[in-house]
Design a protein around this ligand. Sequence first.
Ligand code: CAA
Length: 257
Amino acid sequence: MTYETIIVEKRGRVGLIVLNRPESLNALNEAMMVELGRALDAFESEANIGCIVITGSERAFAAGADIKEMQGKVFPATYRDDFIGNWDRVTRTRKPVIAAVSGYALGGGCELAMMCDFILASPTAKFGQPEITLGIIPGAGGTQRLTHAVGKAKAMEMCLTGRNMDAEEAERAGLVSRIVASGDLVEEAIRTAEKIADMSMPAVMMAKESVNNAQEMSLTAGTRTERRLFHSLFATADQKEGMAAFAEKRSPQFKHK
Ligand code: CAA
């Protein structure tokens, strides 16, 4: 498959997607989001891929939706065509997706990173929702996912003023799972993805589903669903293997990868 706006590679059992519009700091345009969706579809259907990493450049993960492409749009068409309604493809990915963020992750770029399962950041990362400075508001989940991630106070301040968070503040606030030294970010994201891809895939996918349920469900419904998923894993050969390996003091060799 050929791509114009992204670079797609396989690193063993890890699918790597590099956003690649350097002339606009990886501004997210329609073509890029369609290609990102195609690359995710391809990795989802490839049995050998166990985890996906999305990254950008040193300077920018993505500086937001492409303002120049968006500038001339008018309300009836944005509504009729459900503009950016297809941008949430990442959230429907059943395999885990890691965002590796260096530089700017602004507007739609911050929203795309937050759609991933977790964010690894380099010390240069800057997160923000500057849409308000353009006379609009975030439209790809920023007001919702940022609030879930960092709480109302910070999310509200960021969405109302457009101020950025640096990597340290983002880590303290819980937006970022960990900061990784600059230059090492993508390799560390791939190492982390390899570790995940080496686990039992049904367990990985159920863990992902269950953590995500915490954003959507009540505690009672979420814990009940978690327990049912937990029970179902006792039907897998990998549960037998994982526990036998522990008892025999060896590494597990999971079958369902
Ligand atoms: N859309 C289109 N082009 C963009 C862009 C964007 N979001 N961000 C940067 N670019 C382009 C610039 O226009 C510039 O192109 P030219 O050389 O042709 O002029 C090039 O990328 C480099 O950018 P700068 O010269 O501005 O670089 P800088 O280092 O001085 O500033 C920046 C970097 C602070 C990120 C600045 O580019 C900026 O503020 N970008 C816009 C950020 C933004 O507002 N994002 C939100 C977009 S709206 C959105 O995302 C809606 C949504 O919720 C889905």
